[in-house]
Design a protein around this ligand. Structure first.
Ligand code: SAM
Length: 233
């Protein structure tokens, strides 16, 4: 796994320190161990985990300058993309949020193993957490949680004006972005751009949709999840 990561980081022109190598290995070992008794990831094995989880997430560092930023990962599951970002760019102030208790317990244990005492692991639904910590992050990130029109209502409220929301998507997300244009505008976003990237050590193309926060989100959003799903903006 470490040789794939080393080559992948080289391809991304990102530094790969001994400390990062050690932490990715510890993360992989604990993820694999816990995945035998709980549902954390369908991606198995060192090579696929290195490419499809770790390098896919680390590639975001070439799309946005994360250094020193406060970042919230909405629906982080087993820690993606948040933890690979933190290992790659340790200066970020990271909050991992998920609505499933068992996964948040796993994240807390993982943060202890990785010696990340400053990473906040929050067991809450995004639409409820936004009431307390909305508007307080430079960046919100999210991968594999919902279609973009729904995801925008879960994520944009967390970002302050001047920050960004980055949604990780598959190769073809133009139609999804079009479908979300009304939601983006209502929620205070704008200037959306799709950045395509190749996952290093693969021929897979993924997209990062980068949406700027231009105005505060009106306080009626996010609505409860039933409404968000039934009547997406
Ligand atoms: N982001 C991870 C990844 O890319 O591997 C996990 C993706 S998993 C398919 C979706 C995760 O989003 C689950 O862990 C689920 O509990 C969480 N989730 C879905 N809706 C949520 C919400 N409204 N608030 C918080 N977490 C949510």
């Amino acid at each position: 796994m470490l040789s794939i990561l080393k080559d992948g980081f080289k391809e991304l022109s990102l530094g790969f320190t001994d400390e990062a190598a050690r932490k990715f290995q510890l993360y992989y070992d604990y993820l694999t161990q816990r995945n035998t008794v709980m549902n954390l990831t369908a991606i198995n094995g060192e090579a696929d985990t290195a490419r499809l989880h770790f390098l896919d997430c680390a590639a975001l560092c070439n799309i946005y300058p994360f250094s020193g930023k406060s970042v919230i990962d909405i629906g982080t599951g087993a820690g993606f993309p948040g933890l690979p970002l933190k290992i790659t760019e340790p200066s970020i102030e990271l909050c991992l949020l998920d609505g499933t208790k068992k996964r948040v317990d796993f994240l807390q244990e993982t943060c202890q193993i990785l010696d990340f005492p400053d990473v906040r692991c929050l067991y809450e639904r995004a639409e409820n957490a936004a009431v307390d910590i909305g508007g307080s992050f430079d960046v919100a990130v999210s991968r594999a949680v919902a279609r973009l029109n729904i995801l925008c209502e879960l994520c944009l409220p967390f970002v302050h004006v001047g920050g960004v929301f980055i949604a990780m998507k598959g190769p073809n997300c133009e139609e999804e972005l079009l479908e979300a244009s009304n939601a983006i505008s209502i929620l205070g976003g704008g200037g959306a751009k799709i950045e395509k990237y190749q996952i290093p050590e693969t021929d897979i193309i993924h997209s990062a949709v980068v949406i700027k926060k231009l105005r505060p989100t009106p306080p009626v959003y996010p609505r409860n999840f039933g409404q968000i799903k039934k009547q997406p903006l």
